[in-house]
Write a protein that binds this ligand. Structure first.
Ligand code: PGA
Length: 279
């Protein structure tokens, strides 16, 4: 017999009509935090309770793997995602976790290509592409992270000039190589400039709007305008309750990928409520 918790996990309310207008996607990337299962449970419960009734927003918690089971979606207001996966579905790959396994335990999403994985686990564009395709094949939605390393991509007036950084384009083009048109709507691209992550130094709404236009333009060239419009564009990098509304309204973001601030339930709940109100 399937117990209630298991059933709830499998019935994760991942009704992510990506194209749905005004519906924002807020993803919590807990990274390698918190340090105990107890704290993870408290954080997850606090968020799930705190955001009850929030409309027009889809919230996805991405805890470390050992804590995935504590986000049981019983309160049915959040979905859950993993921070990484491998590109094979099973087999002799010691230490790896497959997208199929994530799907099986109720994950709806997986973050792929985060800059910290590039930095500490040596992930390349080629590996990211393989992971992305494997995750989509397993039926997961993907949060694909892209972003430049330094502020060198800014012009003399301090404006983000994506054309100066061919690497951002390269990251996106390489990541979606071989991805079918029909799968594009299952990808959300998170623009995460590396210099803004965890630094308290976020990009501006203007920067992220330029990035969104740039991302949509590349996707239009690779697929079609209609397909490109299905791709949500999120922003990540030092987001908090003070800048949330600016990114959503002025930056026209379809959502946020939140690191540090997602570990503070009060801060994170406030961010979600603000997004809900302006959407
Ligand atoms: P931050 O992290 O919000 O702590 O800057 C964002 C991320 O790395 O996804």
């Amino acid at each position: 017999m399937v117990d209630m918790e298991t059933r709830a996990q499998h019935e994760t309310p991942i009704d992510m009509k990506h194209a749905a207008k005004n519906r924002k996607l807020i993803v919590a990337n807990w990274k390698m935090n918190p340090q105990t299962r107890k704290e993870a449970g408290q954080l997850s419960r606090a968020v799930q309770q705190g955001i009850r009734g929030a409309k027009n927003v889809e919230v996805v918690l991405c805890p470390p793997l050992p804590y995935l089971s504590i986000v049981n979606c019983q309160l049915s207001v959040v979905g859950k995602g993993a921070q990484n996966c491998f590109y094979q579905q099973n087999g002799a790959y010691t230490g790896e976790v497959s997208p199929a396994m994530l799907k099986d335990i109720g994950c709806g999403y997986v973050i792929i290509g985060h800059s910290e994985r590039k930095k500490y686990a040596g992930e390349t564009n080629e590996i990211i592409n393989k992971k992305l395709k494997a995750a989509l094949r397993a039926g997961l939605k993907v949060i694909l992270c892209i972003g430049e390393e330094s502020r060198d991509s800014f012009d003399s007036r301090g404006r983000w000039t994506h054309e100066l950084d061919p690497k951002v384009k390269e990251q996106l083009v390489e990541a979606v190589k071989g991805v079918k048109k029909s799968q594009i709507g299952n990808i959300a691209v998170a623009y995460e400039p590396v210099w803004a992550i965890g630094t308290g130094n976020p990009a501006t709404p203007d920067d992220v709007l330029s990035a969104k236009i740039f991302i949509r333009k590349i996707m239009s060239e690779l697929y079609s305008r209609k397909d490109a419009d299905k791709v949500l564009v999120l922003y990540g990098g030092s987001t908090n309750r003070k800048n949330t509304v600016d990114f959503i309204k002025d930056g026209q973001m379809d959502g946020l990928l939140v690191g540090g601030a997602s570990l503070d339930p009060e801060e994170f709940i406030t961010m979600i409520k603000e997004v809900s109100e302006v959407s």
